[in-house]
Design a protein around this ligand. Structure first.
Ligand SMILES: [Fe+2]
Length: 286
């Protein structure tokens, strides 16, 4: 199948036009697209008029899918599909104090999906169904480019360190309102290499973001200072791309090589609904 590829920025992202994601891609095309994705970290497919089943089918061509762990966040009957939205199941606004609205605000912090899991996600795919008139963009940051740009002393400092990612560190607000003790116990803190080797490209990435709580073997203050410095470094404009969503846009990003965050918008006056599928990881990072 023939398609066009246009880089979005020098460091991050490629736009692919000419493919129809309603139908399965043949193996050769899929392999070419996957290579482009690995090289550019995120791939944008504009103007895709797909439904949930088609999104699930395309995502399964990439790998096995994660299931959504909170019923309030999924499309009814489809635990593979996460609704990133300020709307209830009838597309009416949710009250501002709803736990899901807190989750949305937390997603405005830089993070990589599921890094709080022992086996974190490989990829996420987000398809825009309803977009606000202003705001609600998604930003991405390239963690491999950010690693490469570190000075040698910092690379040496972080190369053998272990970082602890903890959902209830980054999502303190959700803690009290949305989870039972049993659900909390199911998401304990997990260990990852701070300089993670990407399992497909072999490049090193700074495996960081808001779920990163502390560094093993380091005092709290020192540990937080290093995490904050690395987060700041990795999210400089030169490593990032900001996407202003149009209905029909599909973005497929590599959670092993990118941070992302949603930007704020008028969540009580503007409707926004994007559907996400998440490709599960293939093994632990250590
Ligand atoms: Fe996310």
């Amino acid at each position: 199948m023939d398609f066009s590829v246009t880089p979005l920025t020098p460091e991050l992202g490629a736009e692919i036009r000419g493919l129809d994601l309603r139908k399965p891609l043949d193996d050769t095309t899929m392999a070419r697209v996957r290579r482009i994705w690995l090289d550019h970290v995120i791939v944008l497919f504009p103007e895709q008029d797909i439904d949930d089943d088609q999104q699930i089918a395309f995502s399964r061509q990439i790998g096995a899918l994660e299931m959504i762990n909170m019923a309030a966040l999924q499309v009814p009957g489809k635990p593979e599909v996460y609704r990133a939205t300020n709307l209830d199941q009838d597309d009416n606004f949710m009250p501002i104090d709803h736990p899901v609205m807190q989750t949305n605000r937390d997603n405005q912090k830089w993070h990589t999906d599921s890094s709080f899991k022992h086996v974190p996600a490989t990829a996420s795919l987000l398809h825009a169904r309803i977009v606000p008139e202003a705001g609600g963009e998604t930003e991405f940051a390239n963690l491999a480019a950010a690693y490469d740009a570190l000075d040698d002393a910092t690379k040496e400092q972080i190369d053998d360190l272990i970082v602890v990612h903890n959902f209830f560190w980054s999502r303190k607000g959700v803690d009290a309102i949305a989870f039972t003790e049993e659900e909390k116990a199911a998401i304990p803190p997990v260990r990852h290499p701070l300089a993670r080797v990407h399992p497909e490209t072999g490049r090193k990435v700074i495996y960081i973001g808001s779920h990163a709580e502390k560094i093993e073997g380091m005092g709290w203050e020192e540990s937080r200072a290093l995490i904050d410095r690395l987060n700041e470094h990795a999210t400089q404009p030169r490593f990032t791309y900001r996407h202003n969503w149009c209905v029909g846009d599909m973005i497929w990003w590599d959670n092993r090589a990118a941070l992302h965050r949603g930007l704020a918008y008028d969540a009580t006056g503007q409707k926004r609904r994007l559907h996400r599928t998440t490709v599960a990881g293939t093994g632990p990072t250590l």
